[in-house]
Design a binder for this molecule. Structure first.
Ligand code: ARG
Length: 569
């Protein structure tokens, strides 16, 4: 079921001097149906073939043969191909209904492993909207790769080691209490952290105390480690609530502390490979030759850094997973960090350095406000999710008060809205979360796609057979779907597989969310233009089959980006 692929193969065979793959890359799906269903611009072929694009298009038109082609045109250097619409619709609908929830999947990744490092919040700090974006993008990439046949390993690289624990221990000793921490959990930890920074501005000696507590942790001091362990438990309980709400799971929680006993050999290896340089007592890898600041590996006092742990983690993962790709999902503020890290791996002589990818994304603000843990003006993610659920609940109360399962639906749609918002634009763009936009049922939003899905369910329910069975899609008559609106839906359905693959190649889940909006819009235009439950049996069955395929495709797509498909809203 890949017309582009098949036709590109035939064209390449006719031309001989080009690869089918190149031809396929140049072929387009014209936005205007008058220009064909597929089109090949012949400009790039012109030089090699020493002919004008128009002559090439005309020659191809005369020579190309395929049972799926209805007609061809050579216009202004383009070969426009018109497929046999009814055959196209019939075979696509047959295919989608046969494969069902596998529609869109492929075996591209068979036998290959992809490791994804995502979410990775910091212990004893709240989980904020930046971590949400990492969680949502990483989770989508996980599902997309898995759908394409890759073996996926999702790792939560928790920030569970570092000087912030020294700060927290100092603050706890000075201003905290066991009762308060037990009672207020992460809120108390956050307050202590904020208070530390306020006080340290007035009294810089606090910073020294914090550093020495962290050094104690690194040396295995029991008191320090017991407190640290306790802070971890409190934070994890809190994070777990959020992961449950989002429906996100990890294959491993391997935070920074996991590498504590694994760094020494790595430092030794760096030394042996003569990559380490001493600078005022600290050890670093110089990267001037590559236009980058040095990567600091050990501080003067011998303590490790974020870099030391990331380098160690990469080496550990390479040994354990033999990955095809190792993907890190963080905001672009860490671009330099990962460029340095990957460069050091390369300088160490590891060929797999080319398999490391930083999937950077833009900053998140909420209603124009930015976020900072140190100042305490963080908007807690849990509050955002709860508010989203509540607001959707109000909409449901107004629109469909009789809905059973209101609470569950509000949760699925409210959370879906927040997730979708994070995936609605290219990941590198900064995004602002606006309640009005994210929750709008008529906008380009999660609720819009979920609502469209519910609409397909309601149409199919109305068409149930007298015994309550869902109609089976058998063979349909494709000539019933030749009108403009129906064909636009058929074409969108066809593009699903290709779009998922693009999302995987570009590590860009927004390609899938954009696709879902396009499909939902095409479907809604069809729904408004064509009454579905008509008398004429053949026409009704063909239209219902199309609705069924939209339902399957929307559901598969929503799952890929981590949203639930809701039967009714
Ligand atoms: N904990 C870090 C932060 O919140 C993100 C960690 C990303 N993963 C990694 N391997 N460095 O900024």
């Amino acid at each position: 079921m890949n017309y582009k692929h098949d036709l590109a193969g035939k064209i390449a065979a006719l031309l001989t001097s080009f690869d089918a793959k190149d031809i396929m890359g140049w072929m387009e799906y014209p936005a205007n149906p008058d220009k064909g269903d597929l089109s090949l611009p012949c400009f790039r072929l012109s030089k090699t073939l020493s002919k004008s694009p128009q002559v090439i298009a005309e020659e191809l038109k005369a020579a190309l043969e395929d049972e799926h082609i209805e007609d061809m045109e050579a216009v202004s250097g383009y070969l426009n191909i018109f497929l046999k619409k009814s055959m196209f619709a019939e075979s696509l609908i047959r295919h989608i209904s046969q494969v069902g929830d596998r529609y869109g999947s492929q075996n591209l990744g068979q036998g290959k492993t992809v490791v994804i490092d995502y979410s990775s919040p910091n212990i004893a700090k709240p989980f904020h909207v930046g971590h949400l974006r990492s969680t949502v993008i990483g989770n989508a990439l996980y599902h997309i790769h898995a759908f394409l046949g890759y073996n996926c390993v999702g790792i939560n690289h928790l920030g569970d080691w570092g000087t912030q624990f020294g700060k927290l221990i100092v603050a706890y000793h000075l201003w905290g209490s066991k009762e308060a921490v037990n009672h207020r959990a992460i809120d108390e930890l956050l307050d202590l952290y904020v208070k530390f920074h306020e006080e340290a501005e007035k009294d810089p000696a606090l910073e020294d105390q914090a550093r020495s507590w962290f050094t104690k942790m690194e040396q295995g001091d029991q008191e320090a480690l017991t407190l640290w362990q306790w802070f971890i438990e409190i934070s994890l309980t809190e994070f777990q609530k959020i992961y449950n709400l989002l429906g996100v799971k990890f294959d491993a929680y391997q935070g920074e502390s996991f590498y504590n006993d694994k760094m020494e050999p790595v430092i030794k290896e760096l030394k042996d490979k003569q990559l380490l340089e001493e600078d005022d007592g600290a050890l670093l890898v110089r990267l001037d030759a590559f236009g980058m600041a040095p990567a600091l590996m050990l501080k003067k006092d011998g303590s490790s850094l974020y870099h030391t742990r990331d380098l160690t983690a990469a080496i550990y993962r390479a040994g354990k997973y033999d990955f095809e790709k190792l993907i890190y999902v963080t905001d672009y503020a860490q671009n330099l960090h990962f460029q340095q890290c990957f460069k050091v791996v390369e300088l160490m002589g590891y060929a797999w350095s080319s398999k490391l990818e930083h999937v950077a994304f833009g900053r998140v603000s909420i209603e124009g406000g930015s976020l900072s843990t140190r100042k305490g003006n963080v908007i807690r993610l849990e509050n955002v999710l709860e508010q989203a659920i509540q607001k959707i609940r109000d909409v449901i109360e107004a629109r469909n008060p009789g809905l059973v399962n209101k609470a569950k639906v509000a949760e699925q749609v409210g959370i879906g809205a927040v997730i979708f918002n994070d995936l609605s634009a290219n990941r590198i763009k900064d995004i602002d979360f606006s309640w009005e936009e994210a929750l709008n049922f008529d906008g380009e939003t999660g609720p819009y796609v979920q609502y469209t899905y519910a609409r397909t369910c309601s149409v199919l329910k109305k068409a149930m057979l007298p015994d309550g069975q869902e109609m089976q899609i058998a063979e349909i008559d494709g000539t019933c779907l030749q009108n403009k609106e129906a064909m636009a839906v058929v074409k969108m359905l066809y593009l699903f597989t290709e779009r998922i693959e693009q999302a995987m190649v570009k590590l860009e889940p927004s390609i899938v969310s954009r696709y879902l909006i396009d499909l939902a819009q095409a479907f809604n235009r069809f729904y408004h233009a064509c009454y579905i439950l008509v008398e004429d049996t053949q026409l009704r069955e063909a239209r219902l089959a199309l609705v069924k395929c939209v339902q399957i495709t929307l559901r598969n797509g929503l799952k890929l980006i981590g949203l639930q498909a809701t039967q009714e809203i």
